[in-house]
Design a protein around this ligand. Structure first.
Ligand code: NAP
Length: 254
């Protein structure tokens, strides 16, 4: 039987200050985990999240981390090692994007390309690398990467974002092999997630179109992503998988 309790487990949720990261942090804290929610610039959102969890009796703290910086990643892991002594769960949720329509190749400069790939692919790899020793210790650990349906079908905020998420899907499989048998590595690829700032920046007709195309007639909510993350980290026998959460877009069904 899988162990469903997260009591005594330590979890890092990168981008906990964001909408989906916040929902995942709340879910893991509700289940008893000590949660470390990272932010890069939005300290206020991270502090508010942590406060709301603590108010309900949960265990959470906020730590600043820029995943473009290997030093910052190492500092986060050293801090967790010093303060908690262990790490069981790494949720690689943080990402960066900018809207550049696919046909505008000239607008996608080398600098933007590098920033997107550095944040969305190299960051999750360096976090797994830095956390490896603690994740492999004890009963073993779990990594969940948050990718995007844009990493499966060619469509999203930019070619760089779509490519970065496709790379993250494959990094999931590579790390599942590399970190077995002590660590499971899985991935969630959301389509449009409602009630997020990222989704709210899109014109309403895009959200409407997404709901129309989805065979279930709805798209995901942040809590749906959190439930799936919880399912992955309480599973004993699933690794190397990417699951799409988008209400069922025929184009992303594989
Ligand atoms: N929302 C959607 O519709 C949707 C759809 C598909 C996939 N996703 C994926 O779901 C994940 C979360 O998305 P979201 O909607 O919750 O986004 P969000 O609200 O914009 O949050 C992004 C998070 O990433 C952090 N971040 C950005 N750059 C960083 C860096 N260099 N180092 C460390 N952290 C950094 C941000 O920190 P600060 O708050 O401090 O800036 C924030 O916590 C992302 O991986 C995204 O690609 C979202």
């Amino acid at each position: 039987m899988p162990d469903l309790s997260l009591k005594d487990k330590v979890a890092i949720v990168t981008g906990g200050s964001g909408d989906i990261g916040g929902a995942i942090t709340r879910k893991l804290a509700e289940q008893g985990a000590t949660t470390i929610a990272t932010y890069v610039g939005n300290e206020k959102a991270a502090i508010e999240l942590v406060q709301s969890i603590q108010d309900k009796g949960g265990d959470a703290r906020a730590v600043q981390m820029d995943q473009r910086s290997p030093e910052s990643i190492n500092l986060l892991i050293e801090t967790v090692h010093k303060t908690e002594g262990s790490l069981d769960i790494l949720i690689n949720n943080a990402a960066w994007n900018i809207g550049i329509p696919f046909p505008q190749l000239d607008a996608l400069t080398p600098e933007i390309w590098d920033r997107v790939l550095e944040t969305n692919v190299r960051g999750p790899f360096l976090l797994a690398r830095a956390g490896e020793e603690m994740l492999k210790a004890g009963r073993g650990g779990h990594i969940v990467n948050i990718s995007s349906a844009g990493g499966i079908s060619p469509g999203s905020s930019s070619i760089a974002y779509s490519s970065s998420k496709a790379a993250l899907n494959h990094l999931t499989r590579c790390l599942a092999v590399a970190m077995a048998p002590k660590v499971s590595v899985n991935c969630i690829a959301p389509g449009l997630v409602e009630n997020t700032r990222m989704a709210q920046r899109l014109p309403e007709k895009v959200a409407e179109g997404a709901r129309r195309q989805a065979v279930l007639g709805l798209v995901g909510q942040p809590e749906d992503i959190a439930e799936q993350a919880f399912s992955f980290i309480t599973s004993r026998s699933v690794t190397g998988q990417t699951i799409v959460i988008d209400g069922g877009m025929p184009g992303a069904m594989r």
